[in-house]
Design a protein around this ligand. Structure first.
Ligand SMILES: Nc1ncnc2c1ncn2[C@@H]1O[C@H](COP(=O)(O)OP(=O)(O)OP(=O)(O)O)[C@@H](O)[C@H]1O
Ligand SMILES: [Mg+2]
Length: 319
């Protein structure tokens, strides 16, 4: 299951993504964590050292290597350069399963205590000013769009703040998106903007709110009233997080009860989702065609194989 955490800057995306990863780890469940945030903090908050994080090449700046792998023998993809973030898999494309030991793809990750980490990285010095961060994020999207996971396999992504990530269709790579909200007008405004924009695409999306730093019933009521729905989990102001922020080493087993309950609620909610490869593929084609229509000279529509069924391809062992 591909899960993303988004929200206003500073709302607690990285904190909640990392708590959820640690929660899964504590239950002996393997996790593939992807740091897709411009502020790259996920790795360190789930137990990797700075040196370990820096030792893995960023997905975002090595896109050619990735696309070379996924392109495989797909005759509709002439070159790695023609590969866009919406390029759909087709006959001959390489798809990878969750536990696959692909030599090139493995070189992008580091593993520690049951957690695998990938990162998109920051824009390279030479592209600063000309290349936006989205180009980096494409690395994660291309990876995710060619990753075949099942409902009980956990892929957790810490996304960057900003409405444009969703507006440009970047939500289709995920089975479910959680928007982290605080009881403030700005944070809740971001939720309302995200959901409105996602709806305006006409695409079926699974987007839900997670409340963070809630200190009273009154604050929770304010959240519910402003967004018109109940958050699927409510995180209190956490003494555990405060202590770890001060540099104290607190075992995860000693997490405060409110935070623990919120993590169980979140996990329960994640488990209510099912994967739907046909819906995913349809959405990918929708955004790919949008791009094709915007840049007709690229003839991107030719990358789509009308006879291809992703769910059948997966069922038949991706050959
Ligand atoms: N439930 C909580 N209890 C106590 N402190 C919290 C809680 N949630 C987040 N914080 C604190 O709030 C700050 C911002 O959190 P975090 O870095 O997770 O936000 P973010 O949304 O990832 O930010 P950015 O947009 O910069 O990536 C951190 O100092 C974090 O420790
Ligand atoms: Mg963050």
């Amino acid at each position: 299951m591909k899960i993303a955490f988004v929200g206003k800057g500073g709302s607690g995306k990285t904190t909640i993504a990392s708590l959820y990863i640690k929660h899964l780890q504590a239950q002996q469940k393997p996790v593939l964590a992807i740091d897709s945030d411009i502020n790259q903090h996920l790795g360190e908050s789930i137990g990797f050292t700075k040196d370990e994080v820096n030792s893995i090449p960023p997905l975002g700046v090595q896109i050619d290597l990735l696309t070379q792998v996924f392109k495989g023998k797909n005759p509709r993809l002439q070159s790695v350069r023609s590969f866009k973030r919406t390029t759909p898999p087709g006959s001959g494309s390489v798809l990878v399963s969750y536990h696959e030991q692909h030599e090139v793809l493995k070189s992008f990750e580091i593993e520690k205590n049951g957690i695998r980490l990938l990162r998109v990285g920051l824009p390279q010095d030479e592209s600063l000013g000309e290349q936006c961060y989205h180009a980096n994020m494409s690395g994660a999207e291309i990876y995710l769009n060619h990753l075949v996971d099942s409902e009980d396999q956990n892929v957790v992504v810490d996304l960057t703040a900003g409405i444009d990530t969703l507006a440009s269709g970047m939500f289709i790579s995920y089975d479910v998106i959680y928007i982290v909200v605080e009881p403030t007008a700005k944070s809740l405004g971001v939720f309302n903007d995200y959901t409105r924009i996602a709806k305006s695409t006409g695409i079926e999306t699974a987007i839900f709110a997670i409340a963070n730093q809630v200190t009273s019933e009154e604050e929770l009521e304010y959240i519910e009233k402003t967004i018109g729905q109940k958050p699927i989990a409510v995180f209190p102001l956490s003494s555990y997080i405060r202590k770890t922020e001060r540099g104290e080493q607190v075992p995860f087993s000693e997490i405060d009860t409110g935070t623990k309950e919120a993590l169980f609620a979140l996990n329960k909610h994640v488990q209510t989702h099912t994967k739907n490869w046909d819906r995913f593929y349809k959405n990918l084609i929708y955004f790919h065609m949008k791009k094709a229509n915007k840049e007709p000279h690229l003839k991107l529509e030719e990358q789509i194989d009308p006879e291809f069924s992703l769910s059948e391809y997966i069922k038949n062992g991706m050959r």
